[in-house]
Design a binder for this molecule. Structure first.
Ligand code: GLU
Length: 431
């Protein structure tokens, strides 16, 4: 590890995302009285890889990049989880996200474990050709750490279908020609032409909308009259908003890395997306709304808040500001344990990320199956199967929250941990 990485990881340890995720895990583990040996195993990641690799930049200089892949657990199936490209990507962050993937896949009952990875970089400063070379060198550096039956990456923050196809192409180039066509499921979230599945792009947003529909039905809440706000207008936030549009709720405030905007008369998600695409994917200076500051955004009075950006956004400080009835976690880990506590005291409902944002990995699973079986799924099949899985996980979480008289995050963890505990009990610990 170089000095900069070590320094950054030290800094991160002061406000550790991973510590927060482990705290939430222990709360559920305590309540369900999980076996103490299994608890120790699940509180630990299995493998953590840091690679430093050189890439030639467009100006001819060589830069060294830091890449990460943390594999948390694979007792239910191959490691599975996205890759993010972000200046703040670190071992601590990726470790927390890998654990969340284990809980997520277990909750929705997929035959996958949990992993996460990424590259510490700022994609805004990179040209498309640099992005390609960085992706390919990273894939080469990972070597057999990934594999179609071992660890399957997918898109996450700042990565997309094109990047997945570069990973696919590079990985296949490293194995014998006769093996290539049966290894296309080494990565999911690919473009449709290169083996991807239809509906994967919108899948996380679609899962969020199915979850909101379930909640509204339960609470007899009229979604068509609701107002909502979104943090993050990337793949997850923009798809959630666009798919909510036919249901009628009004989007009144949006925040991304560039600014926050507000319009009480409503912001049209399709129009905002068109604008942001022409503005380097930022919403800044959108003509259809006024600019507001972060605190005002967090304090916007609305029915629903969808955090769909990065972790640690609803904290001890910002949870006080929220004036919403329900938080739907589109992001991974947007709420800290202190934030959770305050939301509960304020009686704000919260549907946890491992349930709401599972649509992405669920459709990744369909893509993986599609590639393994040389099938072509259609959108109806994808959406129908996705809804069944989301509905089932929603019901299990609701029942468990009632049974244990606990919040939905802890309940979702309990559902996931019970599956993992059962397998460990049956298989035992080698030798
Ligand atoms: N990055 C997404 C997540 O956090 C999707 C992971 C996947 O499809 O493997 O769930």
């Amino acid at each position: 590890m170089n000095n900069k990485t070590a320094e950054k990881n030290n800094l991160d340890s002061k406000i550790s995302f991973c510590d927060n995720v482990i705290k939430q895990f222990h709360k559920a583990a305590e309540l369900m009285s999980i076996d103490s040996d299994i608890r120790r195993i699940l509180a630990t990641t299995k493998n953590e890889v840091v690679v430093h690799f050189p890439v030639r930049m467009d100006d001819g200089t060589i830069r060294i990049f830091n890449g990460y892949r943390v594999q948390h657990n694979d007792v239910l199936g191959p490691f599975k989880g996205g890759l993010r490209y972000h200046p703040q990507t670190s071992t601590d962050e990726v470790r927390a996200l890998a654990m969340l993937m284990t809980w997520k896949t277990a909750l929705v009952n997929l035959p996958f474990g949990g992993a996460k990875g990424g590259i510490e970089c700022n994609p805004l400063e990179l040209s498309i050709t640099e992005l390609e070379r960085i992706t390919r060198r990273f894939t080469f550096a990972l070597g057999n750490i990934i594999g179609p039956e071992y660890d399957i990456p997918a898109p996450d923050v700042n990565t997309n279908a094109q990047i997945m196809v570069w990973i696919l192409d590079t990985y296949l180039a490293t194995i014998p020609p006769q093996d290539r066509n049966r290894n296309v499921h080494v990565v999911t979230g690919k473009t449709i032409a290169s083996g991807g599945i239809c509906g994967r792009d919108k899948a996380t947003g679609q899962g969020i909308v199915f979850t909101i529909e379930n909640w509204c039905k339960d609470k007899k809440f009229d979604l068509s009259q609701a107002t909502y706000i979104i943090q993050g207008f990337g793949n997850v936030g923009s798809w959630a908003a666009r798919l909510l549009k036919p249901h009628g709720p009004k989007l009144i405030a949006v925040e991304d890395a560039s600014c926050a905007i507000f319009n009480p008369a409503g912001i049209d998600p399709d129009d905002l997306l068109r604008y942001s695409k022409s503005n380097q994917n930022f919403i800044a200076k959108y003509p259809g709304a006024e600019e507001i500051d972060h605190k005002t955004f967090m304090g916007t009075k609305a029915d629903i808040f969808i955090p769909a950006a990065l972790e640690n956004q609803i904290t001890k400080e910002t949870a006080q500001l929220l004036k919403v009835k329900l938080v739907i976690e589109g992001a991974n880990g947007p709420t800290t344990p202190e934030g959770d506590q305050i939301l509960q005291e304020k009686n704000v409902g919260l549907l946890p990320g491992i349930l709401c944002n599972a649509g992405g990995v669920i459709v990744s699973y369909f893509e993986w199956l599609q590639n393994k079986r040389s099938e072509i799924w259609d959108l109806e099949q994808v959406d129908h199967s996705l809804r069944r899985i989301i509905d089932h996980a929603y019901i299990r979480t609701r029942e468990t929250a009632l049974e244990y008289k606990t919040d939905w995050r802890t309940a979702a963890y309990i559902v996931a941990l019970k599956r993992l505990e059962e397998v460990y009990r049956e298989r035992g610990i080698f030798p």
